[in-house]
Write a protein that binds this ligand. Structure first.
Ligand code: IYR
Length: 219
């Protein structure tokens, strides 16, 4: 084991506003995010997706193992196959797998087994978690790490004025097969990325967020 090397933390982000104002402004940006299911087919550049993935890849992770892989799909044929497989799973989910309570919880969101956004959105970013390294190295806190990276991806997309949806067709095993990923890569979430459709509508129920006093306890 070699001795750790430390370097000065000199390239810090220094906002032009004091922390409270900067935090308020960032909240204003994030609070306008909506999960979108009506996408436009308006293109988004590959470079944009690359910046979003770089932002996600800057996330902290267990022992800095960075246990994620992002597969960005733009090929219409691959999107068509993903849609077909996802809709097959979703038909099963809505008809048989979901409990009555689950279906009741989803009712205000108006979701169903039809997933046109999987073909319409210009990009489908499929996030895989790495249960082990490509070199078979041990990985730690994988779900937590990938969850943080996905949150940063969503925030970066929102900052860029792009819409996202965290889609988790269940089960998601077909993504591993369809995208030819190795066994140590497990599908974590599928994120359509693009611009909202001009006539995009979002469920009113999803606008209701818990008030701060339910989120925060100061001790
Ligand atoms: N995967 C299904 C069902 C679904 C489940 C939850 I939890 C949601 O928050 C939304 C949908 C679907 O995508 O329709």
């Amino acid at each position: 084991m070699s001795a750790p090397v430390f370097v000065p933390y000199s390239d810090r982000h220094v906002p032009s506003l004091p922390p409270e104002e900067a935090a308020r402004e960032f909240h204003a940006v994030l609070s306008k995010r909506r999960t979108v299911r009506d996408f436009s087919d308006r293109p988004v550049s590959q470079a944009t997706i690359e910046w979003l993935v770089r932002a996600a890849g800057s996330a902290p992770s267990g022992a800095n193992k960075q246990p994620w892989r992002f597969v960005a799909v733009r090929d219409p044929g691959v999107k068509r196959r993903i849609r077909a497989a996802a809709e097959a799973e979703e038909r099963e989910f809505y008809a048989r797998r979901a409990s009555a309570e689950w279906l009741a919880d989803l009712a205000p969101l108006g979701t169903d087994a039809s997933k046109p956004f999987l073909e319409v959105a210009p990009w489908l970013v499929v996030v895989f978690k790495l249960t082990r390294g490509d070199d078979d190295a041990q990985h730690y806190y994988v779900n937590e790490s990938v969850g943080i990276a996905v949150g940063m991806f969503l925030a970066a997309a929102q900052h860029a004025g792009l819409a996202t949806l965290t889609h988790t067709p269940s089960p998601m095993g077909f993504l591993q097969e369809l995208l030819g990923r190795p066994k140590h890569e497990k599908p974590f979430v599928l994120i359509p990325v693009g611009h909202p459709a001009d006539d995009c509508r979002v469920p009113a129920a999803a606008l209701v967020k818990k008030p701060l006093h339910e989120l925060l306890q100061i001790v």
